[in-house]
Design a protein around this ligand. Structure first.
Ligand code: SAM
Length: 290
């Protein structure tokens, strides 16, 4: 029998289970096998690789992950979808369906319990868009043993992840993600391949997690404080943006001297600084603030 197009399968399954999709949970399901193929190829899976999937929905991507990976642990928040997924993957020992919130689950424990014995780990997901930035930061900041993260996200956010200094898309999310990972663009995905169709286009990006951060900093917390301060008031000069946040607006001359000491013009805007310059700046400030 000829296989039905994935759009028809998705609609039928949802209507059979009388499931109305929830916008609040970012439920836009992928219905294009070609796009799923691109995600899978970019994930470079093999039987040694364990995959964490966030938001499996009704399993369109999960099915392919299970085909190529050594194990899949899929975390779904919607309790209406969990029984459908469990039924679909019943008897497939490589797939574990977890009912939970990806912002709260203990990923390290899930890896230990469900992907035990595998040697590499990756996150592969068509993310619910409302948690894109916090979930990416969580995965990176927790320093999980991941080699890469392949995600479908809003195109506009993807542009921010790969942005260069001095552009409108360059911001604290760019710096934070590029600090931990190398970003590459996999594909631009038009909105019409989702059910229901979202209001924006999407993109698949691959974050290859660096064995060591892109720049060495003496105090990581201070580095991120400086980055946030610089972008919080992105129209201001570095001197103004940093003095408000770091020094309560006082001692601007002192701060200007510190900036000059590390070779950074206080009249520049934070949005023009490269990762290396932010690192040099934070290390210079650490001498005085530490
Ligand atoms: N993977 C499916 C696909 O590609 O068709 C569905 C992707 S859909 C964009 C996002 C999925 O994430 C939905 O199934 C939604 O219920 C789920 N979800 C939303 N918030 C979540 C959370 N905090 N933790 C885990 N899953 C979540």
């Amino acid at each position: 029998m000829e296989r039905q197009p994935i759009t028809t399968q998705t609609r039928k399954l949802l209507s059979r289970h009388q499931i109305a999709l929830k916008k609040s949970l970012g439920q836009n399901f992928l219905t294009d096998a070609h796009v799923i193929g691109k995600i899978i190829r970019s994930a470079e899976l093999d039987r040694e690789t364990g995959v964490i999937e966030i938001g499996p929905g009704i399993g369109a991507l999960t099915e392919q992950l299970a085909e190529y990976a050594g194990g899949v642990v899929a975390v779904e928040l919607d309790d209406r979808l969990v029984p459908i997924l469990r039924e679909q993957f019943q008897g497939q020992s490589r797939v574990s369906i977890i009912h939970g919130d990806a912002m709260k689950v203990d990923f390290r424990r899930l890896i230990g319990e469900h992907l035990n014995g595998l040697t590499k780990y990756a996150v592969v997901a068509n993310l619910p868009y409302y948690i894109t930035s916090p979930i990416l930061m969580r995965l990176l900041e927790e320093r999980l043993p991941l080699t890469h993260i392949v995600v479908m996200i809003q195109k506009e956010v993807a542009e921010r992840l790969r942005a260069k200094p001095g552009t409108k898309d360059y911001g604290s999310l760019t710096v934070a993600v590029q600090y931990f990972a190398e970003v590459s663009w996999v594909a631009t995905v038009p909105r019409h391949v989702f059910v229901p169709r979202p209001n924006v286009d999407s993109a698949v990006v691959r974050l290859s997690v660096r064995p060591k951060p892109a720049v060495h900093v003496r105090d990581e917390r201070l580095f991120f404080r400086v980055v946030r301060a610089a972008f919080n008031q992105r129209r201001k000069t570095l001197s103004n943006a940093l003095s408000t946040l770091l020094l309560n607006g006082k001692n601007k001359e002192t701060l200007n001297r510190w900036l000059e000491e590390v070779g950074i013009d206080p009249r520049r805007r934070g949005e023009t600084l490269s990762l290396e310059e932010f690192a040099r700046l934070a290390d210079g400030l650490a001498d005085h603030l530490g």
